[in-house]
Design a protein around this ligand. Structure first.
Ligand code: FES
Length: 69
C-alpha cells in the first residue's frame, strides 16, 4: 500500500497543475500564453515572477504547446 501511495505522489508531482512556489494556477499561465508569452521565461515575466525550483516547467511547456496547436 505504501508503495502505491509513493507512486501516487510521484504521479501528482508529474501532473503538477500549478506553480507551488508562487501559487500560480495553470489558468494564469494559459492567460500569459494567450497574451503572447511564447516561452517559460516569458510566461513568468508576464505574471511578474521568476521561476524558483522549476518543478512546474513541464506543465508550463505543455500549456505553451497546447497554445500553439
Ligand atoms: S513550482 Fe514553479 S517555480 Fe517552483
Amino acid at each position: 500500500m505504501t508503495g502505491r501511495m509513493s507512486q501516487a505522489r510521484v504521479s501528482q508531482a508529474q501532473e503538477r497543475r500549478h506553480c507551488t512556489c508562487h501559487d500560480i494556477s495553470e489558468a494564469a499561465f494559459r492567460e500569459a500564453c494567450a497574451a503572447g508569452a511564447d516561452s517559460v521565461k516569458a510566461c513568468f515575466k508576464h505574471i511578474g515572477r521568476m521561476p524558483k525550483c522549476a518543478n512546474c516547467v513541464p506543465m508550463i511547456r505543455k500549456v505553451l504547446s497546447e497554445g500553439k496547436a
